[in-house]
Design a protein around this ligand. Sequence first.
Ligand SMILES: Nc1ncnc2c1ncn2[C@@H]1O[C@H](COP(=O)(O)OP(=O)(O)O)[C@@H](O)[C@H]1O
Ligand SMILES: [Mg+2]
Length: 274
Amino acid sequence: MPDLHKSDSSPADSTPAGSSPSGAPSPRATTTRSAVSLTGTGLHLSFGTHHVLRGVDIAVDAGTTTTVIGPSGSGKSTLLRVLNRLHEPDQGDILLDGRSVLKDNPDELRRRIGMVFQHFNLFPHKTVVDNVALGPRKLKGLSKEEAREVALRQLEIVGLTNKADVRPARLSGGQQQRVAIARALAMTPEVMFFDEATSALDPELVKGVLALMADLATEGMTMVVVTHEMGFARNVSDSVLFMDRGAVVETGAPDQIFDDASSDRLRAFLSQVL
Ligand SMILES: Nc1ncnc2c1ncn2[C@@H]1O[C@H](COP(=O)(O)OP(=O)(O)O)[C@@H](O)[C@H]1O
Ligand SMILES: [Mg+2]
């Protein structure tokens, strides 16, 4: 089975520093925390009369990656936003490491879950390293020097140490997205969310970002990845969840989803995207 992170044809700077040529988990740790599980049960959310999530269940085992696939408007982004309580669910529960987080301070939860979006939203007037250092400095209270050190370590992991002191505009879209990943990792999250992280990138830049995401998965980060990259869903993720019209239609191992779909809706979706 092809393995994205084992690719040897990506540009030199798209291979995260420290990843071993074999693709085996490298000794460098992106996070010092141990992996945790993430569970959402019976999640409902309406915007006015629009019932956008209709009883969604999702269970991501510690250290595994779940990809969420489905047509546009099916509720994938909303699910991620509910899971980190950017939207409060109308019903249902969210558990991290087996414990409900609904009563926690939402800011605390968002510190435990790193999020990477389609649009990276880096501060254009700040250097790359300052963009990454901002979170640790403001939200974790590190000194300027400590935050810079943390940021440089994360930039090394995403293979961009040499871009630390330039402004984001000097970087390609793929490099900027890797900075956004470094920014999320700098907060030592326990879980990472990716929402169409490669959708805005030129095709030749997609591979480096996917390779970095595959690396994180291999290292045992718990991840939820909304993506149209079916190669990633099939080859990197441990389970795939197919959503349509606000509900989970099918969930299972990649082989089951891609080779043995049981619903017409999933078969129709796959015939359009594959
Ligand atoms: N903040 C919001 N207010 C009202 N409707 C929203 C909001 N966010 C999303 N929606 C609606 O919820 C549905 C699901 O959207 P979304 O989660 O973005 O889907 P996907 O990510 O699968 O494309 C869509 O019909 C969308 O228009
Ligand atoms: Mg979306």
